[in-house]
Design a binder for this molecule. Sequence first.
Ligand code: B12
Ligand code: SF4
Ligand code: SF4
Length: 391
Amino acid sequence: MTPDERRAEIERWAKEENLEVGFAPVDAELRAEYFEKWIAEGKHGNMAWMANKKRVNPKWVMPECRSVVVVGMNYFQQPTPLPPPTDREGDNDRGSTPNPAAARSQQPAETRRGLKSHGYTSTPSSASLRDEGSQGASPETIPPAVGGGQGGWAETPNGKFAAYALGEDYHTVLLEKLKRLCALMESWGGAQKPYVDTGPVLEKRFAAATTLDWQGKNTLLISEEYGPWLLLGVVLTTLPLPADNPHADRCGRCTRCRDACPTHAITAPYQLDARRCIAYLTIEHKGDIPQEFHVAIGDRLFGCDDCLTACPWNKFARESQEMKFRARDYPGAEETLTMDEAGFERIFAGTPIERLGLERLKRNARIVVGNLKTKNRPRVSSDGFQLPKCD
Ligand code: B12
Ligand code: SF4
Ligand code: SF4
């Protein structure tokens, strides 16, 4: 089998698995210097495992590696309202429904279908996206964390979870798929190492070296076809495979992700200080969350999607077909506070939230309940999916 034929076979496999696929050279530009500086400055916070130097060179992970296959899995879906607070005086004026299942069934079909039918009334052309006006960015001064992103976000009544965490854990779902690919490639005589966030690999840099598209100013891989909603996996392989001709960065002068970030974690275009990011604070950080971020956390119980939902490339987002990602019925912040370990296991086993554990979920919930109980709360909430209008 020639390298071209193997590549075509992998593309066929990806189609069957409902995945996007790209091919990166093993010597793709990883911006090692930036990574090393980022670690040296401690911007990874307490994620000590991030400091593994192998990240800047796949040959240190797999000396015989000759190519990198990158897959992207669409996980976008419309939000599921959480149940309203059980006992909150005069604070719920949004007419919410009593339980999530009912709430889902009461949603009009158009709010469950996809972004194009959900408040995204004006769709910019690719050309206008490229030319969007901006002021550029300067990392010099980081203002204190504030109460939230801009734009007309809807508030949810009782907390919210990041979109990637609403169903079965993507690490499991995607790794299962990648193992099937590895078996196929093994039958061609290759040796493979698959990773989904599970090893010292700069996944976004490899993805940006393919036609899956570019690494945006929010530091995420932005797809022209799916917006920011692709989860990534990589396979290092000893097989030679023809690499893609990657596309150019299409952020242009846009600054929306940075403007939307409630904690100013995107300190400059393409630069993120994880210690300020709500995803880090609510998921990775152990111990108390610094007080300065409490208000900005708003109603986020787990993770944050604001710099994803702000992205105008959401224009192309569409509902994921993966049933395993379908939203489970999660409790809201107040219910979480009274939950015991058995209840936590029953609801969150097999989801990304399981790894957080009940204690840290309660830590987050205490902040959310505090914020939601404050009558004068700032506009911190977003349902994460009601998109800003594009001029
Ligand atoms: C650590 C980590 C985090 C940390 C730090 C995030 C970060 N940006 O580094 C925290 C906990 C904050 C986090 C949050 C989230 N994460 Co995360 N995370 C990772 C992980 C494990 C490593 C990322 C990493 O290597 N960081 C190191 C820094 C240095 O890398 P970087 O910021 O990408 O820096 C590069 C660029 O900035 C680049 N660069 C490119 N162009 C330019 C231009 C200039 C001028 C400069 C200076 C630099 C530069 O150079 C750098 C060096 O390579 C990856 C999985 C993996 N193994 O890759 C998932 C991963 C990035 N996360 C993912 C997701 C989904 C999220 C969240 C959306 C989850 C959520 N909803 O809460 C948020 C998004 C926050 C955000 N805006 O990044 C997905 C992203 C998928 C995608 N489409 O990109 C990944 C790839 C997991 C996966 N397998 O799908 N995450
Ligand atoms: S995930 Fe939220 S807090 Fe983190 S960089 Fe994006 S908008 Fe900011
Ligand atoms: S919002 Fe999207 S297009 Fe705009 S700068 Fe951020 S990543 Fe790029």
